[in-house]
Design a protein around this ligand. Structure first.
Ligand code: NAG
Ligand code: NAG
Length: 529
């Protein structure tokens, strides 16, 4: 224990001596670079600092994220990440560019500009520091507010249901604006479905010259910047990660520096709150403080110095639920940045690649439907194949989410049946491939998600080589349904598809580069001996 203590002190000392102001952002190198370059005050500070980890050429290369008004596609984070493979007619090379830009507008940083998501309409404005500001995008899809209150007298938490839109009534939201443009508020209160906008919460907004953020007017005051967020299903990874990607995107719209000293308010009107039993660990990428449940504020008048009301998970054409995507294109820079933000913030290590093996993982399901009945046989085949390290995992509730992420991130080829667990594909390494062994006739869900993330996707296509165990009927209405039964798969066909994906990974430039570095390191190690 003494030596451990010493070691700890040593590391503490080292990190005090060698830490740099840019470390405080807690961002991986590339995201740090974009963040600093695109903030004039930070860029200047870095330019003057000989120890700044970003070179002067990188500081002035003009690259931007892609959602800023003055950032053309060619200079965006995504310019060399998006790839489109649909054939373009000879001499029509211009069409390739059109495909790229179209994908960029639908599924990348352009998504933030589309549908007016990053527009800034000043509904309430003030020049004085302690008065109120409310700035929202079109349809109130995204808002920021300063010195605003909500009154939760009407919540009645004990008997409250989920997805209510009547919590905030006349006189229960407001501030003190120098200029209040009520007409503008009404214009944008045109979409009020629960996870589409902040319409139901803000439509009664009023300005009063009496109001100040003070104990006299507020039972609770959130002094820190606060993420106020309405959430999708906490038990379903596909839906819940719509919350997280939209929150990340919203921080970009807000111009956040991704500071984690913020509060989070889970706006869930259900009497038990949101809870988030499986994915709770993901919140620490956004906030170091424990989230507050709406029901904990029942009956109170609550004031916020600075609130961010982010884009929500079920907007029309939202990211990524129900998102239209250009055929043949893949590799959203926004999704890439999100994944790497999460890897870094949650300390998900990449231990690969391995020098001579490709890591293949089968995701098993301990659920009632959609099981792979001959999993053992498929596993045995993987083990007999050359150059593969095979593993089978079951991400049930007993495996902590961070362990799941680590396991996924250390898979080069990931195999699983249609289901929300495949959302894990977001956290594969950039060079990886996903094999949705059967899509259960839901063809675009994980295919599109894989394209967003830029990982290779395959699914089963030869129906004569697949066995359905029982007909499969929908538990509620009894109609035949491919998702409510189990399957087994032809082993040779399985091997054929896995081999293709393994070859894909082995040729991926980032994988090749990472292996080259690894070999060089290993050789140097040998010379040292
Ligand atoms: C939103 O941006 C403001 C201004 O940059 C910042 O102070 C605040 O912390 C941000 N809010 C969140 C929740 O990131
Ligand atoms: C499916 O597999 C069967 C049996 O191997 C084969 O005869 C058939 O041609 C395959 N169908 C397609 C569309 O590849």
């Amino acid at each position: 224990p003494i030596s451990r203590m010493r070691r700890l002190l040593f590391f503490l000392l080292i990190s005090i001596v060698f830490s740099h102001w840019t470390d405080d952002f807690d961002l991986p190198p590339e995201l740090l670079e974009y963040t600093i370059r695109n903030r004039p005050e930070l860029r200047e500070r870095c330019a003057k600092d000989p120890d700044c980890p970003i070179s002067s050429s990188a500081l002035s290369n003009g690259r931007c994220w892609g959602h800023e008004p003055s950032c053309p596609f060619e200079r965006s984070y995504s310019a060399d990440r998006i790839s489109c493979t649909l054939p373009v007619a000879q001499g029509q090379i211009q069409n390739r560019k059109v495909q790229h830009e179209h994908f960029f507008d639908q599924a990348d940083w352009g998504y933030l500009k589309g549908h007016g998501r990053s527009e800034k309409h000043e509904i309430c404005s003030s020049s004085e520091e302690d008065r109120t500001r409310l700035v929202c995008s079109r349809h109130l899809a995204h808002c920021t507010a300063e010195n605003i209150f909500f009154d939760f007298s009407n919540l009645n938490a004990k008997r409250s249901k989920r997805y209510r839109d009547d919590v905030i009534q006349q006189g229960q939201v407001g501030g003190n604006c120098e200029t209040f443009n009520k007409k503008l508020l009404e214009t944008h209160t045109d979409r009020q479905s629960y996870l589409q906008s902040w319409g139901a919460e803000l439509k009664h907004f009023e300005s009063s010259s009496e109001f100040v953020v003070h104990d006299e007017h507020c039972d609770v005051i959130f002094e820190r910047p606060t993420i106020v967020i309405k959430l999708d299903a906490s038990i379903n990874m596909f839906h819940h990660f719509c919350d997280f990607i939209n929150l990340y995107a919203s921080q970009h719209i807000n111009g956040s520096l991704f500071d984690t000293d913020v509060d989070v308010l889970w706006w869930d009107t259900f009497s038990n709150g949101f809870i988030d039993p499986y994915f709770k660990a993901a919140w620490s990428a956004f906030s170091q403080n424990p989230p507050v449940e709406l029901i904990a504020l029942d009956g109170k008048r609550v004031c916020f110095r600075k609130a961010l009301l982010p884009l929500l998970a079920r907007q029309r054409y939202g990211m990524y639920y129900n998102m239209p995507m250009t055929d043949g294109c893949a590799g959203s820079g926004l999704m890439h940045a999100f994944a790497h933000h999460i890897f870094h913030r949650l300390r998900v290590p990449q231990r690969g690649p391995l020098v001579d093996k490709v890591r293949v993982t089968i995701l098993s399901r301990s659920t009632q439907h959609r099981r792979i009945m001959n999993e053992k046989e498929l596993m045995a085949r993987l083990k007999s194949m050359d150059g593969i390290e095979a593993r089978i995992v079951d991400y049930n509730g007993k495996v902590p989410f961070l362990d799941q992420l680590e396991s996924t991130h250390n898979s080069d080829v990931f195999i699983g049946m249609h289901g929300s667990g495949l959302t894990h594909l977001l956290f594969l390494p950039d060079w990886a491939a996903i094999f949705e062994i059967y899509n259960c006739e839901d063809e675009s869900c994980y295919y599109d998600l894989a394209r967003l993330r830029g990982v290779r996707y395959k699914t089963w296509s030869n129906m004569t080589l697949l066995t359905r165990h029982g007909e499969g009927r929908h538990p509620h209405n009894g109609t035949p349904h491919a998702k409510f039964t189990d399957y087994s798969f032809d082993v040779d066909e399985f091997e054929r598809i896995v081999s293709q994906l393994v070859e894909y990974v082995k040729r991926h430039p980032q994988f090749v580069e990472a292996r080259r570095k690894l070999r060089r390191r290993n050789n140097e190690g040998r010379e040292d001996l």
